[in-house]
Design a protein around this ligand. Structure first.
Ligand code: HT9
Ligand code: FE2
Length: 391
């Protein structure tokens, strides 16, 4: 009797080469009451967010014991990634590092360096490209590498480790499939006797200036969301067998009142829909990969209260979290990025990236001037994962 060996084992042994570690890079969040203000000061350092706004946001955290759910969710995502990598025969350390709270990226990188890692592949917990979801992480990688360099006695600008980043993955099939599953599940909770719910895709608002600057990456932050919304609405319509009417709305705006941010706000939109006769909605938070504080407070607490006050029936769809299609897609993206790195090192073109929707795959190596806070304004802050760190 002959046994056919599984083909995947040998095929994937070096699938992540030349990388020797994966970094799950996230926002970070407080773990208790005493962490809240220091965390908020980290987040808003140099941003000019007024103290009154910080006090309001601090209350959101105190309402939940001072702890954000985001850290537990990232640990769960890391465990799911390790499992999926192991299932494919890939044994690689998966580090976890945050921009705004412990464990900090520099500490994770320093440990990886001490353990022998030299090339790190980063995956950020933000699917869309804009300053907040892309460049701010790349600037943070650069300064974290400088910090590790200083610890090991490297010359400034010469880093003891390299970091590459997985492309913005909003239009990757795994993200869209998991988001579609979440919407279909939410509609299953709809009362069959009541009105068919209108679908509200929700994301984080950003200043109009940041939206304009995000356009440099190919399609703006808003256009990226519209592409995902169309893809999910079309797939969910097919699966539910009924047409869906949908809108893209925003939550969590901050900044001074005179500064324009993307609109409509989810609460304002609920009021407008109610006035026009809508009685039932599903809210799908496609802008967030897990149920962290924006979802737990701004949607589940605040927007749900608005809906209740109006008498509008509202169901909140889940986030992609650790759903199987999402985790599988993230591992596919790690492999795609490694194959692209090998191709670029050999003087060839990046490998083609899988997508759904109308937009092309976003770049693995960011273009000069991409995703600044303001279009055309160079802040002078260096960023990793681009051809030119100064641009
Ligand atoms: C686009 C976007 C995402 C999605 C992409 C991604 O996931 O990265 C995101 C995620 C998150 N934002 C978070 C928290 C905060 N964001 C703030 C402030 C801001 N966010 C912005 C944008 C975004 N933010 C912007 C333009 C600001 C203004 C100041 C600035 O330019 O930075 C502030 C300051 C107070 C306030 O102004 O609200 C806080 C506390 C948390 C942690 C939640 C938790 O603890 O569970 C997460 C995941
Ligand atoms: Fe934010």
């Amino acid at each position: 009797m002959s046994v056919t060996p599984p083909t995947t084992t040998t095929a994937t042994a070096d699938a992540l080469a030349p990388y020797d570690a994966v970094l799950l890079a996230s926002f970070g969040g407080p773990n208790g009451h005493d962490d809240v203000m220091p965390f908020l000061r980290n987040v808003t350092a140099g941003k000019g967010i007024p103290d009154e706004r910080l006090a309001v946001v601090a209350e959101h955290y105190h309402h939940f014991g001072g702890a954000s759910p985001i850290n537990g969710q990232n640990l769960a995502l890391r465990a799911a990634l390790v499992d999926e990598l192991a299932r494919r025969g890939i044994d690689v350390p998966v580090l976890w590092g945050n921009r705004n709270w412990e464990p900090y990226t520099a500490d994770a990188l320093a440990q990886a360096h001490a353990d022998g890692a030299r090339r790190v592949l980063a995956l950020v917990t933000s699917a869309y490209s804009s300053y907040s979801g892309c460049r701010q992480y790349r600037e943070h990688f650069w300064s974290s590498l400088e910090e590790v360099g200083a610890q090991v006695g490297a010359v400034p600008g010469e880093h003891p480790l390299e970091i590459d980043k997985v492309r913005s993955y909003f239009n990757h099939p795994g993200f869209v499939e998991a988001g579609t599953d979440a919407v279909v599940e939410a509609y299953a909770q709809a009362d069959p006797a009541a009105a068919w719910p209108r679908l509200l895709f929700v994301t984080h608002s950003i200043p109009d200036t940041m939206e304009e600057a995000s356009q440099v990456a190919g399609a703006s932050y808003r256009a990226q969301h519209l592409d995902v919304a169309r893809s999910i609405a079309a797939a969910a319509t097919r699966r539910l067998g009924r047409p869906l009417e949908w809108d893209l709305v925003y939550c969590s705006r901050s900044g001074p009142p005179h500064q324009p941010w993307l609109e409509p706000d989810v609460n304002d939109h609920l009021r407008a829909l109610h006035a026009a006769g809508t009685t039932s909605v599903v809210m799908a938070p496609i802008g967030f990969v897990s149920d962290h504080m924006e979802v737990a407070f701004d949607l589940d607490t605040e927007a749900m209260a608005t809906a209740a006050e109006l008498g509008v029936h509202a169901v909140r769809a889940g986030t992609v979290g650790t759903r199987e299609p999402f985790v599988r897609g993230l591992v596919d993206l790690l492999l795609e990025r490694a194959a692209t790195r090998r191709a670029l090192d050999a003087g060839a073109e990046p490998v083609p990236g899988a997508t759904v929707g109308d937009l092309p795959p976003f770049r693995s190596v960011c273009a000069p001037g991409c995703c600044r806070q303001r279009a055309g304004v160079d802040s002078g802050v260096l960023a990793a994962c681009s051809a030119d760190p100064a641009s």
